[in-house]
Design a protein around this ligand. Structure first.
Ligand code: SAM
Ligand code: DTB
Ligand code: SF4
Length: 323
């Protein structure tokens, strides 16, 4: 049975278990609900880069911080489709288009709709992350064929206002509700390593695990400390606390894909293996995340081979109905 009634104290108690007990419990939950040794593979593309009006303290794309980022307007549809086709050839099954918006403007959304239609027709799952959505915008994306919408809560409700002032935690939940109501899958997680307390990490996962429906994808990002952002000097997290976060996410949301997301570039292969043991079963694959680096594809393929991990098979191509 999948629970939605976890208490914060229960979540904190999971975090506080001896490390080996926690990993064992997470791997047991994993094997009850997920295919072992199988990892879902998503590729990201920044379709509109930088100049974002929001003030997220971790983000290199905010217009408020001088991060030396090269900004770019919304890409042309053909360019995006080419990149999606290349991602498919490289083995990705999901293509995630990210835009540095507070929320999309109607003209931009029309172009994104075209991107979604064409990327989907390649036989890829589609995902987008475009900031806040109204209910009508969410329905428009669903009609275009969008499978997943990514919108992270990022941290605990309490720590949130230390990280972002330009939109509230409630705004985030409203967008997630609009995505659900439109009938799309939800991709929602957060970032660890931003100076939050262990209680904040527990509260973040508690928020996700007590949603009426768990997000189908739960990205757990380790902060990429980008020079020029307010969090550039954040203290590095103990890697084992990152693994614990993955393990607790797996136990709380046993049917979801837990994604080992940003930060893999700073992790050893051995640490990533521990994350997979703790129940991570999805990654971002491709040499770039949105604006920062990610391991080389060749390195990831080698890591999968060394750990006998297999990429989740793509969904079968839709078959045209016969009369
Ligand atoms: N602008 C949209 C929004 O914020 O909703 C979509 C793109 S935004 C870059 C998507 C997510 O990337 C953020 O919510 C955050 O969780 C993650 N992210 C951004 N910068 C990061 C960093 N430096 N390290 C780790 N994760 C980061
Ligand atoms: C998510 O949770 N992580 C991805 C994706 N969703 C959009 C983004 C990570 C961004 C890392 C910083 C960058 O490359 O700009
Ligand atoms: Fe803008 Fe998204 Fe970056 Fe926040 S995380 S500054 S909303 S691009």
């Amino acid at each position: 049975m999948t629970r939605h009634d976890w208490t914060l104290a229960e979540v904190e108690a999971l975090f506080a278990q001896p490390f080996m007990d926690l990993l064992f419990a997470a791997q047991q939950a994993h094997r009850r609900h997920q295919a072992p040794n199988t990892v879902q593979v998503s590729t990201l593309l920044s379709i509109k880069t930088g100049s974002c009006p929001e003030d997220c303290a971790y983000c290199p794309q905010s217009v408020r911080y001088d991060t030396g980022l090269e900004t770019d307007e919304l890409l042309e549809v053909e360019a995006v489709v080419e990149r999606a086709a290349a991602a498919k050839r490289a083995g990705a099954t999901r293509f995630c288009m990210g835009a540095a918006y507070r929320s999309p403007k109607p003209k931009d959304l029309r172009k994104v709709v075209e991107m979604i239609e064409q990327v989907k027709s390649l036989g890829l799952e589609t995902c987008a992350t475009l900031g806040m959505l109204s209910a009508a915008q969410a329905r428009e994306l669903k009609t275009a064929g969008l499978d997943y919408y990514n919108h992270n809560i990022d941290t605990s409700p309490e720590y949130y206002e230390k990280v972002i002032s330009t939109r509230s935690f409630e705004d985030r939940l409203d967008t997630l509700q609009a995505v659900r109501d439109a009938g799309m899958h939800v991709c929602c997680g957060g970032i660890v390593g931003m100076g939050e307390t262990p209680r904040d990490r527990a509260a973040m996962l508690h928020t996700l695990a007590t949603l009426p429906v768990h997000p189908e994808s739960v990205p757990i990002n380790q902060l990429v400390r980008v020079p020029g952002t307010p969090l550039a000097q954040a203290e590095a997290l103990d890697p084992f606390d990152f693994v614990r976060t993955i393990a607790v996410a797996r136990i709380l949301m046993p049917r979801s894909h837990v994604r080992l997301s940003a930060g893999r570039g700073d992790m050893s292969d051995e640490l990533q293996a521990l994350c997979f043991l703790a129940g991570a079963n999805s990654i971002f694959y491709g040499e770039k995340l949105l604006t920062t680096g990610n391991p080389d594809c060749a390195h990831d393929r080698r890591l999968f081979a060394r750990l006998n991990l297999v990429a989740q098979a793509p969904a079968p191509e839709p078959v045209a109905a016969t009369a």
